[in-house]
Design a protein around this ligand. Structure first.
Ligand SMILES: Nc1nc2c(c(=O)[nH]1)N[C@H]1C(S)=C(S)[C@@H](COP(=O)(O)O)O[C@H]1N2
Ligand SMILES: [Mo]
Length: 320
């Protein structure tokens, strides 16, 4: 019961800092000594300093090197304190300050629309805790900052196969929880709540599309979208919807919250594309959090080999 344990953590159960410091030193030493523990599949090494703030439940996982970029990781502290999660406020520090209020257990996901197995599923029944993998993906916000995050989770395609969409399902629409008493940002109509996102079904089935339940080896902090969020590494960050409670399989293209709010600025596809400017700013460069200098933004955020075929023949200026 991944989620049960993750939310019932009390401070007394938190791994003391000195223990994880020691564990990390041990890992580092063994790697330098060439013992090669990191290849066992269950151990992961991170560079020093990244665990400041560590304290949630550790999750067993294997590394998926096929879906791992070798860019330097963004510090845990930045990953968990510099966030966008408007349900908890619009500033980057609001989610870390306010998301602790969110109850993430029990959690269920309603699956509806053109699907053979519509139901409300307990989260535990959708997750195989023994098959979690770590993938290191870049996440790039439309605001021109980016991060490199070691996510834990499983392919979105696995969940989709389980619920068996029918041939009418051309898209999948995702919704976040609506609970204004715990999500104080929802008391203001900044966006049309609940937060909604969508993918074309072939995008959703692409092996890169990932459902994350953790990061840096631990369960997801609430501010990062606990207990389960999408990670679509070739699209702008807002497509990676957090704290998902519903999947609806549709024939029509869903209207996402950001498209509804500003259709000329945020299209359905929102693929990272240095050649297509946002109406108010260029998208050709980005600042990696932790870096001083900007760097060039890569087509599809660097994932062109895996996803360019999905958009063959499409005018990406029109379908932005
Ligand atoms: N429900 C919901 N999901 C969301 C958002 C949001 O405001 N609400 N913000 C999006 C945006 S704009 C970005 S950049 C990413 C940020 O993810 P992170 O805070 O884990 O880095 O989450 C996305 N998912
Ligand atoms: Mo974003």
């Amino acid at each position: 019961m991944l989620i049960k344990k993750s939310v019932s953590i009390r401070s007394s159960e938190i791994t003391p800092r000195d223990i994880y410091e020691q564990r990390r030193k041990f890992l580092k030493t063994s790697i330098h000594a060439g013992i090669g523990l990191a290849t066992s599949g269950l151990l992961t090494t991170y560079s020093p300093g990244v665990f400041a703030g560590y304290g949630l439940k550790r999750l067993k996982h294997t590394k998926n090197s096929r879906f791992t970029v070798d860019d330097e990781l963004t510090k845990y502290k930045d990953v968990t304190t510099y966030n966008n999660f408007y349900e908890f406020g619009t500033s980057k520090s609001s989610p870390a300050a306010n998301a602790g209020k969110l109850t993430t257990e029990p959690w269920s996901i309603r699956v509806e629309g053109h699907v053979e197995k519509p139901a409300s599923y307990h989260l535990e029944d959708l997750i195989n805790e023994n098959a979690l993998e770590e993938r290191i993906y870049r996440l790039r916000c439309v605001e021109r900052w980016s991060m490199v995050i070691p996510w834990l989770g499983f392919p979105l395609a696995e969940l989709i196969k389980k619920v068996k969409p029918t041939s009418k399902a051309k898209y999948v629409e995702f919704s976040t929880l609506y609970r204004p008493d715990e999500m104080k940002g929802q008391r203001r109509s900044v966006l049309d709540w609940p937060y909604v996102e969508g993918l074309r079904i072939d995008e959703a089935m692409n092996p890169l599309a990932f459902l994350a339940v953790g990061l840096y080896g631990e369960v997801l902090p609430n501010q990062n979208g606990a207990p389960i969020r999408l990670v679509v590494p070739w699209k702008y960050g807002f497509k990676s919807i957090k704290s998902i409670v519903k999947l609806r399989f549709t024939e029509q293209q869903p209207v996402s919250s950001w498209t509804r709010a500003a259709p000329n600025e945020y299209g359905f596809y929102s693929n990272v594309n240095p050649e297509v400017d946002h109406p108010r700013w260029s998208q050709s460069r980005e600042r990696r959090i932790g870096d001083f200098f900007k760097r060039k933004t890569l087509m599809f955020n660097g994932y062109a080999d895996e996803v360019a075929h999905l958009y063959k023949g499409m005018d990406l200026k029109k379908y932005f």
